[in-house]
Design a protein around this ligand. Structure first.
Ligand SMILES: [Mg+2]
Length: 262
């Protein structure tokens, strides 16, 4: 176990675990070494865990299936995605029957419809943008016109790059930036590094935040979101390379989940 924090705070007695998925539990379709065994051990010790992902393209049930196939016990209620987080935030802000123009996956559109929104391409109360491989100039034009007309601009997550087997792909943040440049309006972001998804996970776990840890492989999103939510943060170095110059310091750094002793 290595800790690069010059004045580390002690880890609390852990009553709940929040964990990122990509780069922590799996990489593509492969489980990361040590991850499945760690969650198995925590499950046996009855330490509840909740997964939080900026990926808006899969439903919690789909993520749950993937985790089951890898050997991780969980339930859809313990999977917080930026898609269902966005839908929940919208439902708290607008009355049922409000109108949304949605760019993104079926999972995102379904989550927004499920909380009472009408999907539309004009007279929208808000424009919601999640990762959409079919994003094009026509969709961009609709979003820009609606935002210029007063619709609220929201983004599921700000990730600029996505690692893939063939190299990096542009992430949702890059699409958001193109719309923001045209409108001169910044989107409201729901995913990490904002703390909203972490807050939902704390609620789902039902444990005190002082006794909750956030495990992630990215300082700029996972660790930042954990710290904003006031939970103890653990960086695991099995995902993207560490950002050595970040001003944000995790409470603890481990090379592998098997090294995380709680
Ligand atoms: Mg990750």
């Amino acid at each position: 176990m290595a800790n690069n924090n010059p004045s580390p705070r002690p880890m609390p007695t852990v009553k709940g675990i929040i964990a990122d998925l990509d780069g922590v539990v799996y990489r593509g379709s492969e489980a990361i070494e040590g991850a499945v065994e760690s969650f198995e051990a925590w499950h046996e010790r009855c330490i509840p865990y909740c997964f939080v992902t900026n990926n808006s393209t899969r439903t919690p049930a789909e993520v749950c299936d993937k985790l089951h196939k890898l050997g991780v016990a969980t339930v859809p209620e313990h999977i917080v995605t930026s898609a269902n987080g966005t839908a929940a935030l919208m439902a708290s802000r607008w009355p049922s029957g409000s109108r949304a123009y949605v760019i993104g996956s079926t999972a995102l559109a379904d989550a927004i419809q499920a909380v009472g929104f009408e999907l539309c391409e004009e007279q929208a109360d808000c424009v919601v943008v999640g990762l959409d491989p079919a994003f094009d100039y026509v969709k961009m034009s609709k979003a820009v016109r609606l935002i210029l007309g007063g619709a609220v601009f929201m983004g599921t997550n700000p990730d600029l790059l996505l690692p893939s087997e063939g190299g990096f792909l542009p992430g949702n943040g890059a699409v958001l930036a193109s719309i923001a440049a045209a409108c001169r309006t910044e989107p409201e972001i729901i995913g990490k590094p904002e703390p909203f998804l972490i807050e939902r996970a704390i609620t789902a776990l039902g444990v005190p935040r002082e006794q909750t840890i956030m495990i992630g492989d990215q300082i700029a999103t996972d660790i930042a979101a954990g710290q904003r939510a006031g939970v103890y943060s653990v960086l695991v170095q099995t995902g993207v390379p560490e950002e050595h110059h970040s001003p944000i310091k995790p409470d603890l750094t481990v090379s592998n989940l098997a090294d995380l002793i709680i």
